[in-house]
Design a protein around this ligand. Structure first.
Ligand code: ARG
Length: 603
């Protein structure tokens, strides 16, 4: 099922070929001047250059070739040799019928399905999620859905951060504060029995409170830090007391995280942690060593990834400046013998290769980790765990406060994701009430609708920007029912749903589409552009292309709805317009679903 852009593109390419011009120059794009044409081809300019002819002459020859094509109502030459195409109404009507009959609402599948792992979310044990994890979750979830929809085999993995230095810090801090817990840990460490029910007194609130304190103390107090490092190393050899307490941390955190992800409509196929690759690390280190990649560096073991001549200037603590290789080396084994963040990432690549054999792994992680991934990827390529290009860091900018810095609470602390979700939900309730929406809904349905409006507001505000762009958190704007927002899109979808319900009640059926009015043309051309938007989002890791499409579709529908009465029209027109409305709804809901946004039935 091809869109008009491709079908007409083929016709124009054939016309180029027929006049002896390179066919690929016949490429067609949506018109820059929708008031004059639907599509255009600028290829006559390049063809003229190649053939040493006048571009208008080429364009005219191409237009002559296209004359008589029943799909085209007009072919005109503009300016120096642009070819403007206006689609015939019958062709638009046929295309609308085809989209209406297509379960995929006009979207194609990829010719070559890939196996893809999407590494996203990236929550950590004991550290509540913050707005950085929000963006990772929103963007990753959307890419996962998009790839799957286009036909790839996709696995979404949370890559739970559960194995680093922060674990050693926290184990120490909890043991300092809770002697009963410490006694059990020590007894088990010493090979004895211990009653692990004592660990039940460790709650998520304890971890939330203790972690920042411990992290701060570790920065200034070297003894404290060294102890945490030793505990981390012992945990990583699965010393049983530490390990048992760590399991408690992991479990209580996971419950809270799943609640937050659920509220956001985010879910993972794998919930693997850094700790899961622990058994792979010793053989991996041995293998890296055997390959000659490991270098000793003051007791630690590293892989040098910088190539000949790649350097940067570095300022030393004494103020002097030296030139060092860049990127930094990968720290594989610390001087305490611990695996580091990069070590688990490298081993995870190996693990994923063994379990799934992906063609591509994408990492949806804050742009500020770009250097980390560059280092890990280079090490993986050197080790032969992946081939160049198979690993992609999909970085994104930050969500900022009005001060232009990463968003903080009013008190200056990091805003927890759970609090953000609550805040957004209460705003959604308030807005619905102000707008007089959802008044007649039973309380649970009102609540569910408010939840959907909240998620739509957060996700659409994020996904409408190209991911690299940072944006300002402005809940009032995100939550408006007007403008380019999630709530506006939901409102449009609900409006169509209620129209369709009314039609069903009155027994009005849908029928074949006949495009006549300008607003109908515009709506069908917009429906037709879905596949191209999906393709762009897919190729460029850019869900914003899809968000843009959803917005344009809503606007095109809105204009159509204003200009073309439906229920009052005569029967054939009514049936045609109902098909257009139903098809718009299906495509809009699908696009929103691929953005991770669910639509309520009523408001
Ligand atoms: N846990 C990390 C963080 O909070 C993100 C993990 C990203 N994924 C990865 N494979 N390193 O910063």
């Amino acid at each position: 099922m091809s869109d008009l852009k491709s079908v007409l593109g083929e016709a124009v390419e054939a016309a180029f070929a027929a006049i002896g011009a390179p066919p690929e120059l016949g490429r067609v794009t949506p018109s820059d001047r929708p008031d004059l044409a639907d599509f255009q081809s600028n290829g006559a300019l390049a063809a003229a250059k190649r053939l040493g002819k006048n571009p208008r002459e080429i364009a005219t020859a191409v237009a002559d070739q296209l004359a008589g094509d029943p799909r085209l109502a007009a072919v005109e030459i503009a300016g120096p040799g642009f070819i403007n195409l206006k689609v015939a109404e019958a062709a638009l009507s046929d295309r609308a019928d085809a989209i209406a009959a297509d379960p995929r609402a006009g979207a194609a599948s990829v010719a070559h399905a890939r196996k893809v792992i999407v590494d996203y979310g990236g929550p950590n044990v004991a550290k509540p999620m913050h707005v950085g994890h929000l963006r990772a979750s929103i963007i990753g979830e959307s890419l996962k859905r998009l790839y799957r929809f286009r036909g790839d085999e996709v696995v979404g993995d949370a890559h739970f951060g559960d194995w680093g230095y922060q674990m050693g810090l926290l184990i120490g801090a909890v043991m300092d504060e809770k002697p009963a817990v410490a006694a059990v840990v020590e007894a088990i460490n010493a090979g004895g029995q211990g009653d692990v029910s004592a660990f039940e007194q460790v709650s998520l609130a304890d971890l939330d409170r203790l972690y920042p304190e411990a992290a701060a103390k570790g920065k200034t107090d070297t003894d404290y830090r060294d102890r945490a490092r030793k505990i981390t190393a012992a945990l990583q050899t699965k010393q049983p007391g530490y390990y048992a307490l760590w399991e408690r941390f992991r479990d209580v955190t996971r419950v809270a995280l799943e609640r937050d992800f659920h509220a956001l409509g985010v879910d993972f196929d794998w919930w693997k942690g850094e700790s899961d690759v622990e058994p792979l690390i010793p053989p991996m280190v041995a293998e890296l060593d055997a390959k000659g990649l490991l270098v000793d560096d003051q007791g630690a073991r590293i892989i040098r990834v910088a190539r000949e001549g790649e350097t940067k200037k570095k300022k030393l603590p004494d103020g002097s400046v030296v030139t060092v290789p860049s990127p930094d080396p990968l720290l594989v084994v610390s001087s305490e013998g611990s695996a580091m963040y990069g070590t688990t990432d490298l081993a995870t690549i190996l693990d994923r290769k063994q379990i799934f054999g992906p063609d591509l792994i994408i990492y949806c992680v804050d742009q500020r980790q770009a250097d980390h991934f560059e280092i890990v990827f280079r090490a993986a390529y050197l080790a032969g765990y992946a081939t160049e290009g198979q690993l992609q860091h999909i970085g994104f900018g930050t969500m900022n406060g009005t001060d232009g810095k990463p968003f903080k609470t009013r008190e200056g602390g990091v805003l927890k994701l759970n609090d953000l979700i609550e805040l957004t939900r209460s705003k959604a309730r308030e807005r619905l009430r102000e707008a007089g929406l959802g008044e007649n809904l039973p309380p649970e349905e009102f609540e569910a609708t408010a939840g959907k409006v909240a998620v739509a507001a957060l996700k659409f505000a994020d996904l409408q920007n190209f991911r690299g762009t940072s944006y300002v958190f402005d809940l009032d704007r995100f939550m408006s029912f007007e403008g380019k927002t999630g709530p506006y899109l939901l409102y449009q979808a609900v409006r169509v749903k209620s129209l369709l319900r009314r039609a069903a009640e009155e027994g009005v059926a849908q029928g074949p589409v006949t495009v006549a009015e300008p607003a109908e043309r515009d709506l069908v051309l917009t429906l037709d552009a879905f596949d191209a938007a999906l393709g762009e989002a897919y190729d460029r890791y850019a869900p914003n292309a899809l968000a843009e499409h959803a917005y344009r579709l809503s606007q095109a529908f809105s204009r159509f709805y204003a200009a073309c009465p439906i229920m009052q029209a005569e029967p054939a027109v009514k049936a045609s317009r109902l098909t257009l409305a139903a098809t718009t709804l299906r495509q809009l809901e699908l696009a929103l679903d691929l953005l991770g946004i669910a639509t309520p039935d009523r408001m």
